[in-house]
Design a protein around this ligand. Sequence first.
Ligand code: SF4
Length: 458
Amino acid sequence: MGATLAASGEWLRRHARVVAALQWAIVIAYAFFVIVPAFLPLPADDAHWFNNLALFSQWLFWGVWWPFVILSMFVVGRAWCGLFCPEGMLTEAASRHGLGRAVPRWLKWGGWPFVAFALTTVFGQLVSVYQYPGATLLVLGGSTLAAIGVGLVYGRGKRVWCRHLCPVNGVFAVLSRVAPVHFAVDTTAWKANVASIPAHPVNCAPLVRIRRMTGPSECHMCGRCSGLHGAIALAARSPNREVVTLDANSAQRWDAVLIVFGMIGLALGAFEWSALGAFVTLRSAAVEFVVEHGPAWVLADNAPWWILTNYPETRDVFTWLDGALIFGWIVGTAVVVGGWVSLWLFVSARGLRDSQATLLANAYALSCTLIPLAGAGLFVGLSALPAGLAHGEGFRLAWLPAIRAALLALSAGWGLYLVFRRISSGGQIAQRSRVMVPMALAIGGVLAAWWPFVFRGL
Ligand code: SF4
């Protein structure tokens, strides 16, 4: 197994041209499926995914690509980023021919992964990115243009965009913390060989400090550094190891914010607003209130489609009030669910007897135990679109709620196991329960919030 993995890493390094050819092929396919459907008429009511390019692209991007890229992080880390992602390829290529400027400080701000994810998630819902090819072109194409622009200005053959600004960089970095494979660095071999084994030239495009790499969070799994100084090889590891052994003092605040408020809270709000009757009830009450008290302009539906969904031909038009309610629902869910989880994270952190770290640092570290639940939530939420399309094709998916519930329950159990492992050497049962019980309450609250989405009718 170990030898096979190491050989796979070496294969990637030796066949960089094959990988590059594959990436360019993906760039071409991506450009076709993002651009062309946006200039076709909207699908007719009786169109199917197999006879309509717009529906096929919708299925491809949001039904297959996005959920399974999320899933792939749990299996092969960020291999998507390094081996397949068209934006990564384009930004790196642009950076080879650009100005080559140094990365400025503002670009290195640790909050970008959360901010970029939050803005894209909310904006995507306001323009109905999963439903309309124009919105898909706006969001994905806009992101790709920005990636090329950043490449043209910063770095020399690097992926500065991927490292600092990509809206899903943070999500991928967090999820890959539980990946079962990584490019392992043998520091002893490095020291011993650095003088005797000459280095092959390595361009680590996402700017990883290779020798100090301890996990796959920042690594794009491109394989270019495989075999460097006889000290780096693709290897298996326990998917629990990184979270269980994470030093609380090196846990990142923005990772915690992204996990708790972004991947759990914000994502829940984004998936649930269109799926729950409660939103319809809220909207009716708000419309009634505005009709009675004004201002009337918030009921106008004159916003352009690139600000708020506006497709009169499909009778899908958002008023300004709709936009405000959707925004409020998503942000409100993030605050309520994220607040609930944060509360119990701090209570749990208080129960830890790690005098080497502060309460905050321990809470940040504990938030990493929620990674499986956060990732499973994203996958479950994203399953709504393919499920809806399959339903439209006449498939009855009676088993889907059970599968979704099982996935969330398994990931919740995995999270609790990670908490248990983090504290397994720390004291008596009473002491451990001071950590476990609040974490169980945090996780239970998230599961309860998912309940109406999981068990709603299709
Ligand atoms: S550390 Fe850099 S060069 Fe090495 S596999 Fe990861 S992304 Fe590629």
